[in-house]
Design a protein around this ligand. Structure first.
Ligand code: DAU
Length: 339
């Protein structure tokens, strides 16, 4: 099979799970190694005869056509993913990867006349902000609020177009916020965990009242594997933890500070860093659950496991935080990160 963007957070967790769960599988990982792709995420697989890394771009039509010739499954994780970086000035990068990528993959399958399954990994952000208690079903209106989510919505539709027009075996998943090991420390949880470990301020946006539906990354990866095995071509599947009760960013932040034994005075309220900040995401994931999927752990246990991992793996995140990340942090937050 072919996985794109497998050196990122969700991709690397998925590859490890896939190789364990599918003992016959042989897997190629195509990754451009942009800032959030890290070969260290998969260093335990170096030397495995079932795993091959190819350094390259999902938009490279010639390379992709070569790679799809013998595959049965493709999972597309390759994407620009960070909402804070998807400013109008950088929107082009999001469109190029997130829309062009699924197009190149689907079209390469068409040209190679390869009857493989393409799973486009999407996001719940395409539905936009929802008022409680509504949860978006797969047929909800698409109302993305940022260049990031708009480009992901475009990518989903391009991929599905190949199913509608040519009957190709394409499906789309749309997940809520993931957390767990190997997440790049620009996202809320790894940023706040590592900042708190360094007694640095936690920049909590816009009063911390926003709601996200936090999903343990391995549960997301198990959902993707299930969709590869049993999902229906042409369909979209929401993947959500459906936290009950829902939790705000502020509550989550206080939970992790409590688990780390750090004071709430580390929280630094900030405004204006995320224009058009979506208030609440929530999906109805009953279509996926009908296939037999359910999240395996509670949020507090998952956050504890995540904290344990970041505590053990300073060798993983300290070099990231002292590299090119510093310039981004300084520019975005106007603060100097500890190196
Ligand atoms: O919902 C799925 C999406 O989840 C994925 O499609 C995206 O790729 C992924 O980045 C994530 O998007 P969010 O924008 O929800 O994640 P992020 O970790 O950036 O922010 C989570 C919440 O925390 C959001 O309400 C903004 C807030 N936040 C974030 C950062 C980075 C802060 O309060 N302070 C921060 O410094």
């Amino acid at each position: 099979m072919l996985v794109t963007g497998g050196c990122g957070f969700i991709g690397s967790n998925f590859i490890r799970l896939l190789l364990a769960e599918e003992p016959e599988a042989e897997l190629t990982n195509l990754d451009l190694l942009t800032y959030a792709g890290n070969p260290k995420n998969l260093e335990d697989l170096e030397g495995s005869s079932r795993y091959r890394f190819v350094h390259g771009d999902v938009r490279d039509e010639t390379l992709v056509e070569e790679l799809v010739r013998e595959v049965d499954w493709i999972v597309n994780f390759a994407a620009e993913t960070h909402v804070d970086r998807s400013t109008p000035a950088q929107a082009g990068e999001f469109v190029e990867t997130n829309v062009q990528g699924p197009y190149v993959l689907a079209d390469a399958l068409r040209r190679a006349q390869r009857d493989a399954r393409l799973l486009q990994v999407g996001t719940d952000e395409v539905y936009g902000s929802l008022s409680a208690p509504r949860r978006a079903r797969e047929d909800a209106l698409l109302e993305p609020s940022s260049p990031y989510s708009a480009s992901k919505a475009g990518g989903d539709l391009v991929a599905l177009g190949f199913h509608r027009m040519l009957g190709m075996d394409v499906l789309v998943s749309r997940s809520t916020n993931n957390y767990g090991p190997y997440q790049y420390p620009e996202k809320l949880l790894p940023l706040f965990i590592t900042n708190a470990m360094q007694d640095e301020p936690l920049p909590l946006y816009d009063g911390g009242t926003q709601i996200r539906d936090w999903l343990w990354v391995d549960d997301h990866c198990r959902a993707l594997l299930l969709l590869l095995r049993e999902g229906e071509a042409g369909e979209i599947y929401n993947v959500g933890a459906n936290q009950d009760p829902e939790i705000t960013n502020g509550e989550l932040t206080r939970m992790l500070l409590r688990l780390l034994g750090k004071p709430e005075s580390l929280i630094r309220p900030v405004e204006g860093l995320r224009p058009g900040h979506d208030q609440r995401y929530a999906v109805d994931s009953s279509k996926l659950r009908a296939l037999g999927w359910a999240p395996s752990i509670e949020l507090e246990e998952g956050v504890q496991r995540t904290l344990d991992w970041y505590q053990k793996r300073r060798d993983w995140w300290e070099p990231i935080k002292s590299g090119a990340y510093r310039a981004y942090y300084r520019r975005h937050y106007g603060l100097e990160p500890k190196g």
